[in-house]
Design a protein around this ligand. Structure first.
Ligand SMILES: Cc1cc2nc3c(=O)[nH]c(=O)nc-3n(C[C@H](O)[C@H](O)[C@H](O)COP(=O)(O)O)c2cc1C
Length: 367
């Protein structure tokens, strides 16, 4: 079993690096989010404050690296590289699911290397929500946190991925209650995190009610885990799973919609992820109501090249974000989050149909 988990993790990395596993027909929705250019910004670009404080931690910029990996030798190097880059830049990162290391102590170092290389950065432990139904409890979550001396733990929700993988665990009955038990008992903030299919208002409300401290929407429009599993099934000659991965490739709620659904429904910090690829995307995610943005696939690609490439990818994003803030006259992340934006197209239509008011964003109000 541990070997199986390890192999699956290695497959995910290999496939994500060698195949195009990005969403095809579903988009992030950021193309429907429009800034109003300010010809008179009335601020000094150099004075813009990019910092953002979330769950008590001050990030130098509202950027983190989303959960990717752990459990293999290659993964250890990736975690070390990302950790070094985020430490240098004052950002944060999530490690990948720590299940492999909970099954095999030998693998702990592939995760704990992150804390070694990033003594002060915000680190997020990671555990699958479905594992809480299959025997994991507070003890295992605590162990995952201790393993990397984490500042928070993400409980990932990956129903889509579980359906798309042959060995998937598809009994999610009782998952909310289990998340609630952890949120209540653990002395670190629990983040509920999707893995590329988004979170709707109804689920956000339930998660807030059981005590999670932040929500990472991980919406559709970026990396598709159905696509990753499609290629895994193809490699294994499993034709029905291969078809399933193809059919569900573009399943999910777009990232833009998901940010609005969650941030307009609950009073919790929202982390935006799923298809954020540059500083303009990040700025749009913040203007829609998130307070941190997170990327995985582009950072994985940079991390296999080295620390320099990883920090320069993240620095470029921060520079692009600063540029947007200058052009819209926002001198802090807080003011960017209240800026006037125009939501159009399919995103606007969806939001209206779901009872939200896209026009309120054009007046700088949120609802
Ligand atoms: C290779 C790979 C492995 C991942 N493994 C995990 C994981 O173990 N736990 C988790 O919560 N999310 C995992 N994710 C999902 C990401 O954290 C993120 O939610 C998703 O990729 C969307 O972001 P992106 O479009 O920037 O890649 C993984 C993503 C990739 C690309």
């Amino acid at each position: 079993m541990p070997t199986e988990t390890r192999k699956r993790k290695a497959d995910h990395i290999r496939i994500s690096l060698s195949h195009n596993v990005q969403a095809k027909s579903v988009t992030t929705g950021f193309e429907d989010v429009n800034f109003i250019h300010r010809a008179l910004p009335e601020i000094d670009k150099q004075e813009i404050d990019l910092s953002s404080t979330v769950v008590g931690h001050k990030f130098a910029a509202p950027l983190i690296v989303g959960a990717i990996t752990g459990g293999t030798k290659g993964a250890s190097k990736i975690n070390a590289t990302i950790a070094e880059a985020v430490e240098e830049l004052g950002l944060g990162m999530g490690v990948g699911s720590q299940r492999a290391a909970l099954e095999d102590k030998e693998l702990e170092k592939t995760f704990s290397i992150a804390r070694k290389k990033a003594p002060t950065a915000f680190l997020i432990a990671n555990i699958g929500g479905v594992q809480l139904i299959n025997g994991y409890g507070l003890k295992e979550v605590r162990k995952a946190v201790e393993m990397i001396e984490a500042d928070a733990v993400a409980i990932h929700l990956n129903a889509l991925q579980e359906t798309a993988q042959p060995e998937g665990q598809t009994n999610f009955a009782g998952i909310l209650e289990k998340i609630g038990e952890i949120a209540e008992e653990l002395d670190k903030p629990v983040i509920a995190k999707e893995t590329g299919a988004g979170i709707a208002a109804e689920e956000a409300k339930k998660l807030a009610a059981v005590g999670v401290k932040a929500i990472d929407v991980s919406g559709a429009g970026g990396t598709s885990f159905a696509a990753v599993e499609h290629y895994r099934a193809k490699g294994a000659g499993n034709s029905s799973q291969r078809r399933l991965g193809q059919v569900f490739w573009d399943w999910g709620i777009s990232t833009a919609v998901s940010i609005v659904e969650v941030s307009q429904t609950v009073n919790l910090p929202v982390i935006a992820s799923g298809g954020i690829r540059n500083g303009v995307d990040a700025a749009k995610a913040l203007a829609l109501g998130s307070c941190l943005t997170s990327l995985s696939q582009p950072i994985l690609q940079a991390a296999v090249m080295g620390v320099k490439e990883t920090s320069s990818t993240l620095s470029l994003l921060a520079d692009e974000l600063r540029n947007v803030m200058f052009l819209v006259g926002a001198n802090s992340v807080e003011s960017l989050r209240r800026i006037h934006i125009v939501i159009t197209g399919k995103t606007s239509e969806w939001l209206r149909t779901r009872g939200f008011n896209p026009e309120s964003y054009a007046r700088g109000a949120r609802n």
